[in-house]
Design a protein around this ligand. Structure first.
Ligand SMILES: Cc1ncc(COP(=O)(O)O)c(C=O)c1O
Length: 366
C-alpha cells in the first residue's frame, strides 16, 4: 500500500485562494456579466489589436529570462533603473518571492485586516506568522499597523489602493508608516490599482521608494492594462532587494507573449486615458445609484465598489439572485466581510443592467 507523503507543515492552516466566480461552463442564454475579479471591461485601440495579432513567437524557444525589451520600456516610462525591476508571473508571484526571501519560522509578516488575501497566504507558506492590524472605516490604519510591528516583523504589505475596500493611504501616510516601521522591516506597497487613482494626495510611491533601501512597489498588467490572462507583474525594488529576489525568481517566469504584448499596451495612450475616464465616471455613478437604494458604499478609488448590506444573509441572497441573471459579483466571506459585496466596474450596459436587477432584488430583501 502506498503511503501518504507528509507535506510542509507551514501549509496546514492555509486555505487555497478562491478566485472571483464566473459561469464559463454554464449554458445560460443571458449575456455573461462578470464583475467579480476587477478585470477591465474595455478593449485596446484597433491599432494595438492589429499589432497583437501580428506577434509571432517561436514556441520552441525559451522566452528572454530578463524580459529586456519590456524592462527597457518600463525603465524609461517610470524613470527607474533597469536593475531596479523584477518581473513576476502576476504580482502575486512577487509577493511569494518576497516572503520566501525575507521570512521564515520565528519571523512575522504584517498586513491590514482587510488587505489582499494573498498576503497572509504567502506569509504563512514561508513559515512565518501572519499578523494583521485593525482598520478604521475600512481604511488601513497607521497607528494600528505600527503597534503590531516588532523586531521580528520583516515584511509589511499594504495594497494602495486596497482590494477589496477600494480605500487608499495618502503619500504622507505612507511616509509616516515607513518611518515608524522597524528598520529591519521591508515595506511592500502593492499598487495594482494605482493607475486608476486621480486624487492629488496619492502616489504609487515609486518616487519615495527611490530614496530608500527598504521599500518595494509592485505593479500589475492585470487591471487597467487589461492583461489578466497573461500573468504579468513587476516591482520597483532597491538594488539590494532586487538582487535577493533574483536568486529565487524562476528564470523563465514571463512568457514571450506577455513580454511583447505588455510592451505594446504601455504605448496605447488612448486606451489608458479612456480607462481612467470610464472608471472615474462609472465608480461614481455606481456609488450614487446604490446610495439612492439606501445601500452604504465604501468610497473607492479603484475599479470596483464595495457595498455594505444589512447582514451576511442579505449579501448572500443578493449575490445568488444576481447569479440567476448571469451577473457575477464577489462575496467577501473569505475577507471576514460577509455582509459586503464587491462589484467591478463594467461597461455602461453592464452597469445599468446590474443596477436594474439590484433595485429589484434589494426591494425583495427589504
Ligand atoms: C491588491 C491586489 N494586488 C495584486 C493582485 C494580483 O495581481 P496579479 O494578477 O498581477 O497577480 C490583485 C488581484 O486581484 C489585487 O487585487
Amino acid at each position: 500500500m502506498s503511503k501518504i507523503i507528509p507535506y510542509n507543515k507551514n501549509l496546514k492552516n492555509i486555505k487555497p485562494y478562491e478566485p472571483g466566480k464566473s459561469n464559463s461552463r454554464n449554458k445560460s442564454k443571458l449575456p455573461l456579466i462578470k464583475l467579480s475579479s476587477n478585470e477591465t471591461c474595455l478593449d485596446f485601440s484597433n491599432a494595438t489589436k492589429k499589432k497583437i495579432n501580428k506577434i509571432n513567437v517561436k514556441l520552441s524557444v525559451y522566452p528572454d529570462s530578463q524580459a529586456n525589451t519590456l524592462r527597457d520600456k518600463i525603465s524609461k516610462l517610470y524613470k527607474i533603473g533597469k536593475k531596479n525591476i523584477i518581473f513576476g508571473n502576476g504580482s502575486d508571484e512577487i509577493f511569494f518571492l518576497i516572503c520566501n526571501a525575507f521570512l521564515s519560522k520565528g519571523l512575522e509578516g504584517l498586513y491590514s485586516k482587510y488587505g489582499f488575501l494573498i498576503y497572509p497566504l504567502a506569509i504563512k507558506a514561508a513559515g512565518a506568522k501572519a499578523v494583521f492590524a485593525l482598520e478604521k472605516n475600512y481604511r488601513s490604519n497607521i497607528s494600528n499597523l505600527i503597534s503590531k510591528a516588532n523586531k521580528n516583523t520583516r515584511v509589511c504589505f499594504i495594497a494602495n489602493p486596497n482590494n477589496p475596500t477600494g480605500t487608499y493611504l495618502t503619500k504622507s501616510e505612507i511616509k509616516q508608516l515607513r518611518e515608524q516601521l522597524p528598520p529591519s522591516c521591508l515595506l511592500v506597497i502593492d499598487s495594482a490599482y494605482s493607475e486608476y487613482v486621480t486624487q492629488k494626495d496619492y502616489s504609487d510611491s515609486i518616487s519615495y521608494a527611490k530614496k530608500r533601501t527598504d521599500v518595494v512597489v509592485t505593479h500589475t498588467f492585470s487591471k487597467m492594462f487589461g492583461l489578466s490572462s497573461l500573468r504579468l507583474g513587476w516591482a520597483y525594488c532597491p538594488e539590494n532587494i532586487a538582487k535577493v529576489l533574483e536568486k529565487i525568481r524562476p528564470a523563465f517566469n514571463i512568457n514571450a507573449y506577455a513580454q511583447q504584448i505588455g510592451n505594446l499596451v504601455l504605448d496605447d495612450k488612448n486606451f489608458l486615458k479612456k480607462s481612467i475616464e470610464h472608471n472615474y465616471y462609472w465608480t461614481n455613478w455606481l456609488s450614487k445609484e446604490f446610495e439612492k437604494l439606501e445601500i452604504k458604499v465604501i468610497p473607492s478609488v479603484a475599479n470596483f465598489v464595495t457595498i455594505i448590506l444589512k447582514n451576511s444573509y442579505n449579501a448572500n441572497m443578493f449575490a445568488k439572485r444576481l447569479e440567476k441573471e448571469n451577473i457575477f459579483v464577489r462575496k467577501l466571506n473569505a475577507y471576514k466581510m460577509s455582509n459586503c459585496i464587491r462589484i467591478t466596474v463594467g461597461t455602461e450596459l453592464q452597469n445599468k443592467t446590474l443596477i436594474k436587477f439590484s433595485k429589484k432584488i434589494l426591494q425583495e430583501l427589504k
